[in-house]
Design a protein around this ligand. Structure first.
Ligand SMILES: N[C@@H](CCC(=O)N[C@@H](CS)C(=O)NCC(=O)O)C(=O)O
Length: 234
């Protein structure tokens, strides 16, 4: 298990805003457990949420290849033995969208979900959908393509049909605003951009509007912080 204390910028602590809020729990230390290759899209979503909210946290990485996540220490800590897992004081939570919603509730000052109830519900729907559907894309376009440049062969017929479903939904969601799903940035934009980038980074063609959207999302500074983490050689 590798712990990394995050100190950004010029090495000063200026960006390390202490946890804030009206609950003693808010002042407890936070640690985010992620995969050692930094390829988990779910871990990335939680990392971006923490960085957007400027919450001080420790990043701890586990080598999934050597089953570090199943070793005693972590399996006692994490109910699901999966990354991401967020530890906040004595409380450990897994499932990335549960983590980002928990952070939103505890640290509301910089919202990462839409404030409007209907839009917030839609953002949760998009997150749940991207995590549960489109399996052929997730299988045939692994995030090794996004973060390590590994290329894969042509899509199967089922992945092509998943791609079409993704394109249709993304085009509808972005019909009024090419920049954001819900009028202003939300964590669901990170998740959608990652799913689109699984295809784009492999050279699969998508409508230009969606490629532009994914590219713009990828330039977001907190996303780039994750993209630029030093990864071990494959
Ligand atoms: N639905 C979960 C998915 C988490 C997940 O699939 N984590 C993978 C890494 S990307 C993992 O921990 N795999 C190891 C295992 O399941 O044993 C989430 O959103 O957090």
């Amino acid at each position: 298990m590798k712990n990394m204390n995050f100190i950004y910028g010029d090495g000063s602590l200026s960006l390390m805003v202490p946890a804030y809020g009206d609950d003693a729990m808010n002042n407890s230390r936070l640690c985010l457990y992620v995969d050692a290759q930094f390829t988990s899209p779910y871990a990335m979503s939680c990392f971006v949420a923490l960085r957007e909210k400027e919450i001080e946290f420790e990043l701890s990485s586990l080598d999934l290849g050597t089953l570090e996540h199943q070793a005693q220490g972590f399996s006692r800590l994490s109910l699901t033995q999966r990354v991401p897992t967020l530890v906040h004081g004595d409380f450990a939570l897994s499932e990335s969208s549960a983590i980002t919603e928990y952070l939103e509730e505890l640290f509301p000052r910089t919202p990462i979900y839409p404030v409007n109830s209907l839009l917030r519900a839609r953002a949760r729907q998009v997150q749940a959908w991207l995590r549960s559907d489109l399996l052929p894309i997730r299988q045939e376009r692994s995030t090794l393509g996004v973060f390590y440049g590994v290329k894969s062969g042509p899509l199967s017929a089922s992945a092509e049909s998943a791609k079409q479903k993704l394109v249709n939904a993304a085009q509808l969601l972005l019909a009024d605003d090419p920049d954001y799903l819900f009028g202003r940035w939300s964590i669901a934009d990170v998740d959608l951009a990652l799913m689109l980038n699984r295809l784009i980074f492999n050279g699969d063609s998508l409508p230009a509007r969606l490629e532009d959207y994914a590219q713009r999302q990828w330039q977001r500074p907190t996303v780039q912080e994750w993209v630029k983490l030093t990864r071990p050689l494959l």
